[in-house]
Design a protein around this ligand. Sequence first.
Ligand code: ZN
Length: 229
Amino acid sequence: MTPSSMTPTIRHPLPDDLLLAYTTGSLPEAFNLLIATHLSLCDESRATVAAFDALGGALLDSLDADADPDGEAGLEAGLQAVLRRLDRTPPEPPVRPARRHAPGIFPAPLQDHVGGDLAAVRWRPVGMGVRQAILKTGPGARARLLYIPAGAAVPDHGHHGRELTLVLQGAFSDAGGRFARGDVEVADPEVEHTPTAEPGEDCICLAATDAPLRFRGLLPRLVQPFLKI
Ligand code: ZN
């Protein structure tokens, strides 16, 4: 068994509100890409998405078939019908994402997006030995691959919006804990951190942000517009 085909032990799965938003299709493409990639590595998050899918399907069926659309009585009847249906219907197997094992570091959804594995990535230096590759996605959020050499750190920063960081290789630590392959760190404007790669193995991450980062240091602030970070 190769390392990439083993299911890692995920200590930091995605929170339910993000998985629900993914299920309902209300997130920008960069977040969808990161979440689909995480689902390839995390049985727990995949089961949650399957449950949301089943619940949504049952709700729609029930509204079609059982509920009187008028008034609270209709709504109550609809909800009861959903609960009865969920009671007797085993959850459907997850339709998406397919759990395909891709050889290499990148899970299948990311390989599909990048057009290959690590070797297909064109890295650009961002300073302190850290490299990035911005991925093409739709509006509303940005996705980038980050390469943090073993023992190196991303400069101390806060966030103007939401930042999801999924580990693909190695591990990093910050005040929020230790994050290894398959784990996702969720940061928001409350969080300030200095993610530092563990010694011994270079750390590769997929990050998605819906607003620029807030760097403390002068140098990162100066180069920030050029790096679109
Ligand atoms: Zn951050």
